[in-house]
Structures are given as C-alpha cells and as structure tokens.
Design a protein around this ligand. Structure first.
Ligand code: IPM
Ligand code: MG
Length: 366
C-alpha cells in the first residue's frame, strides 16, 4: 500500500495541461522508488459545475480532506461567467482553503538567473531575487461577514464586504512567517494599512508582539501601498513579507512578475500541524490562473505547477533532496535555453507545455 496520498484537482483551462506534466513526474519518482504516492483525482471549478452543478462536489471535498496533500491546477473561464455566485469556479478554491483550514499561504518569488532578462524590470534589480510572501489565506475580507449587496431603494444598492481579523489569526500567520524568516535571510516585513484600517492597527499590534519572540529576525513594518511600490523599485530589500489575505493576493502578483512571468510562481497553502500526528493539511497550486485565452493550445508554462509539486515534496513530505532536484531540473532547462511562450526570449527556444515538461523530466532522470 502506498504510504502517502495525493489528491489531484487539475481544474479548468490550462490546469489539466500543466497537471499532466506533474503526473509524469510523480509516475517517474514512484517507479524509481523515490516516492510512494497513491494518486486520485477529482473535479474543481467550472468542470465540476458542468458535471455536478457545484464548484466542487461533497465527494471530492471529502477526498481532499483525507489526502496527505492536494495538488491543485487552476479554475475558471468565461464559460462560467454567469453561473450563480456561490457556484462560480473560484468558490471551489475558497472552500478548499477554508474547510481544510489552510491559513498560511507561502508564495516564493525566485528569479532564476536564466530569466533575469525576462523580467519587466532591469536585470540588476531582479538578479538573485529570492523573496517569500506569507499571505494569510482563510480570513480577512475574503470571508468576513456581512458580505452582500443590499437594495437601498431609489435605484441605489450597497455592496458590502467585511475586513476582520481576530488576534489568533494574526498571531498564527505571524509565527509561520517568523519561523520561515529564521530559515532564510532573517528579515521580515509586515504589510498592512494601519493608517486607515482598524484591522491593520490590530494586525500591527499582534505582529509586533510576536516579533519579541524572534530576536534574531529583523522586523520592519511597511504600509501595503508602499510595499507594492518598493517591490518594483528595489525588490531585493525584502526577504519575508507577511500580510493579510487581500494585500497578499495583490502583492504576490506584483512579486510574480519580478521573476519574469506569473507562469513561474508556485505556492503552498498550509494548515496548523495536528497536535497528535504533527501532520498538516496542505494544498499546492500555481499562483497563476486557468488562462482561458491560451487553454487547449499546448503552450502553457508548466513550471509553476511543477514547482508547486516540489513544494509539496518539501513541506508535506520532508523530501528535501527530491524537492531540490525538481527545482534544480527547472533551473537546468531554463539555463539550457528552453522557454515557454510566456517567457519567450530572442535566441532562445520556445517550446510547448509537453516539451517543457519532458525536458524537466529528462533532467531529473539524468
Ligand atoms: C489567487 C487567486 C484567487 C485569490 C482567486 C482565483 C479567487 O487570485 O490565488 O491569488 O484571489 O485568492
Ligand atoms: Mg491572486
């Protein structure tokens, strides 16, 4: 019997194409005896809506809850623009995050040397970039109630979202971020809008309290808007950035582009360790979306998806060596000059999804 279980949710659009490349890597590492994964797959997003009338079925939710790790592709597309709000493709993602308690979202942005020229910023600004955004993922305005549109009459409506954070939510995400900072550059920025938001005032108060337990980490407060500006002005000043759900969503897209393409950025969403087994629920997904504009053409970049699988090896299974190997294989094919369309460069070979996946697999086998 396999020792570890993976539940694959490829989703919509390019999700299925890039997941196929991960499956080839899993098959290889299982065959080599490097891993012992059992895999099962389900439907999430628009494809689940088409099949069951829900963004994710109860059956697939149960499987996600049971698995050692969920590997998620991407969801959404114009086809489902008009489905009821609570059944829209993104609802699957949000429910998985919430029901699995995946409060800690790790979004590393690493600029591979070979891609320093693919960034919209000058090479010297991004070369060697290695930052980690730690985004709170189960609270804030994404989930706060009330969340509704009310009719005020006279043709007026009011849209309401609620930003709220409790002490424990800020405390636990801050500790994850400080712990990670200790393993890296020992520098942490906490981004909020305490100049206009009460939730930001509390955020800062709690993070500062946690900082006292981490004397070895240099702590810096930064306003979220300034953080966005500094990320494009001088990104290498950052090591770990901890921030809330909404600011983390935005800042991680900014950080992603520093690396050349959104197609490069993996992520891990982690729950709290189980008090008895120490195991945490986890889901791994690329930061990019389902890219309906290029879906089905075989040109999507599978790197963020494959790098997300590497994060699963590292964070869910402690397989550091194999994770390093997968990441090394990605760096290797880029150094060899292979590029997908999103990171295409002059004098480099542009390849499709399968060719990129095959090249990464070939490097792993070498
Ligand atoms: C992300 C995405 C999601 C988010 C969407 C698809 C709901 O943008 O993971 O960054 O806003 O969290
Ligand atoms: Mg986003």
């Amino acid at each position: 019997m396999a020792t570890n279980s993976l539940f694959l949710l490829p989703g919509d659009g390019i999700g299925t194409e890039i997941m196929a490349e991960v499956v080839k890597i899993i098959d290889w590492s299982n065959a080599e005896g490097l891993t012992d994964f059992s895999t099962d797959s389900g439907l999430a997003g628009g494809c689940a809506y088409d099949a069951h009338g829900e963004a994710i079925s109860e059956d697939d939710m149960a499987k996600a809850l049971k698995a050692d790790a969920v590997i998620f592709g991407a969801v959404g597309g114009p086809k489902w623009d008009n489905v009821p709000y609570d059944k829209r493709p993104e609802a699957a993602l949000l429910r998985l995050r919430k029901d699995l308690g995946l409060f800690a979202n790790l979004r590393p942005a690493i600029c591979y040397p070979a891609l320093a020229d693919a960034s919209a910023l000058k090479r010297e600004l991004v070369e060697g970039l290695d930052i980690l955004i730690v985004r709170e993922l189960t609270g804030g305005v994404y989930f706060g109630e009330p969340k509704e549109i009310i009719d005020l009459g006279d043709g007026q409506k009011r849209g309401i979202d609620t930003q709220l954070y409790d002490t424990y939510e800020i405390d636990r995400i801050a500790r994850v971020a400080f712990d990670l900072a200790l393993t890296r550059g020992k520098k942490l920025h906490s981004a909020d809008k305490k100049n206009v938001m009460k939730s930001g005032v509390l955020w800062d108060e709690v993070v500062r309290g946690v900082a006292k337990d981490y004397a070895d980490v240099s702590f810096n407060h930064i306003l979220a808007d300034n953080c966005a500006m500094q990320l494009v002005r001088n990104p290498k000043q950052f090591d770990v950035i901890v921030t809330d759900n909404l600011f983390g969503d935005i800042l991680s897209d900014v950080a992603a582009m520093l690396t050349g393409s959104l197609g490069m950025l993996p992520s891990a969403a982690l729950g709290a360790p189980d008090p008895v087994t120490g195991k945490r629920k986890a889901m791994y997904e690329p930061v990019h979306g389902s890219a309906p504009d290029i879906a089905g053409q075989g040109i999507a970049n599978p790197i963020a998806m494959i790098a997300s699988y590497a994060m699963a090896l590292r964070y869910s299974f402690g397989m550091t060596e194999l994770a390093d190997r997968v990441e090394g294989a990605i760096a290797g094919v880029l150094a060899d000059g292979l590029r997908s369309a999103d990171i295409a460069q002059e004098n480099r070979k542009t390849v499709g999804t399968q060719e990129m996946g095959a090249a990464i697999l070939a490097k792993l086998k070498a």
